[in-house]
Design a protein around this ligand. Structure first.
Ligand SMILES: [Mn+2]
Length: 394
């Protein structure tokens, strides 16, 4: 609405073209906006940020320090978790929240409608805010992991505010709490998130879209307890702690393995597995069907590692694997998950030092927009209905 008002107020000015003006003795053709001196507010209205201007918050949402201010209420929170000292290869995902927010600058509430969803997630009556970043300690991983759990729990226990029935619908599992979309950070951040969610739900299912299993028990040489807490071991640890149920599922897997032993371990941790290539053999609809069947109506957490995409489409990540899904394929799979009993979601492993022309950050920001529609839609959109509505529906 603010956007429309601005356009309307601009249109109210009288534009005159083709005048010739004396300027430093030279006759110059000018386009002139004629108006008496006025203040900005009188002349142009609200100070609305351009896509390329203003402070950096996800999709130009209000940026709020939610952790310190208990009076900030919301239904869905965007939360940055700039932690990257659990990576096995290229560091840099601490800049992921920055990159995803930067990639979202051409998104805004007033232009959130997509033909693919047939809705605008900001039109559902939900209060969606950018809660800023958890100021994780970059020197002490144990401290950082505790900070992440405390921060997540702080937001999770805050009352929601929507009066639209939205939260009753989102809380199909019977528990009303804000939904948090976490911007990683490396994948380790999911361990403290699952610890926090466990306190609300007990063990939950996980839908994990990633090139890698992340269920490994540890890395060679890691003899200390702390060295076992990494972006490739957190699901193993979560299972050991009883945080996840044995009805979880990966999709998009294609990493190299030690052998079948890794797959046997993966199954013991509670995961079914859909490979990257299954998309060619099973198709998107069957992948969606298998995921939905696996998790059923249980409380479910969605974790998306950007490296599930092909590195050609999302190069900015810590452990790229050749031959991944396209962004379009991933978006269609996410649309197919709407209506499940989601309790939270994340997008992790965006590491912008390896990006080209923001391609990864823009893809990640677009996926987060999809997460919002996924949370707020009762069911997957029908694929064609919103694209060509009958004339009397317009
Ligand atoms: Mn991965």
């Amino acid at each position: 609405m603010r956007y429309l008002l601005a356009i309307a107020s601009l249109a109210a000015f009288r534009l005159t073209n083709g005048h010739t003006h004396a300027h430093d003795g030279v006759q110059l053709p000018l386009t002139e906006i004629e108006a008496a001196p006025q203040t900005w507010l009188e002349k142009y209205g609200q100070q609305i940020d351009q896509p390329f201007s203003g402070p950096l918050a996800f999709s130009h949402l209000p940026y709020t320090r939610c952790l310190e201010d208990e009076n900030v209420l919301f239904d869905i929170a965007i939360l940055g978790i700039p932690f990257d000292t659990g990576v096995s290869y290229r560091p840099g995902a601490r800049f992921g929240p920055y990159a995803i927010r930067s990639g979202s600058r051409r998104q805004r509430e007033e232009r959130g409608y997509t033909m693919s969803w047939g809705n605008n997630p900001y039109d559902h009556g939900a209060k969606i805010v950018d809660c800023g970043d958890i100021p994780v300690n970059p020197f002490d991983n144990a401290l950082a992991v505790d900070q992440m759990e405390v921060a997540y729990s702080t937001l999770l226990s805050r009352p929601t505010i929507s009066k639209s029935g939205l939260n009753q619908r989102m809380a199909k599992g019977g528990i009303d709490h804000p939904r948090i979309v976490s911007l990683g950070g490396d994948h380790t951040i999911v361990l403290p998130i699952l610890r926090s969610l466990y306190k609300k739900y007990g063990a939950i299912s996980v839908i994990h879209l990633d090139a890698h299993l992340d269920t490994w028990p540890g890395y060679a040489g890691g003899i200390t307890d702390q060295s076992k807490v990494t972006h490739g071991t957190f699901f193993y640890l979560a299972q050991q702690e009883g945080l996840i149920s044995n009805t979880s599922i990966h999709a998009g897997i294609r990493c190299k393995l030690a052998g079948v032993v890794d797959l046997e371990n993966d199954e013991a941790v509670g995961f079914q597995l859909i490979t990257t290539d299954d998309i060619d053999d099973l198709g998107i609809k069957e992948i969606i069907r298998r995921i939905r069947e696996r998790v059923g109506s249980s409380p479910v957490y969605l974790s998306v590692d950007i490296d599930v995409l092909d590195p050609g489409l999302a190069p900015a990540t810590g452990t790229p694997e050749a031959g991944g899904w396209t962004t379009r394929e991933l978006k269609r799979i996410i649309r197919g998950l709407a209506g499940l009993n989601f309790v939270g979601a994340d997008l992790v492993e965006v590491s912008p030092a390896y990006d080209n022309a923001e391609v990864t950050g823009i893809a990640a920001a677009d996926l987060v927009h999809d997460f919002l529609s996924m949370f707020l839609s009762d069911q997957p959109p029908s694929t064609r209905a919103q694209r060509a509505p009958a004339k009397d529906e317009l």
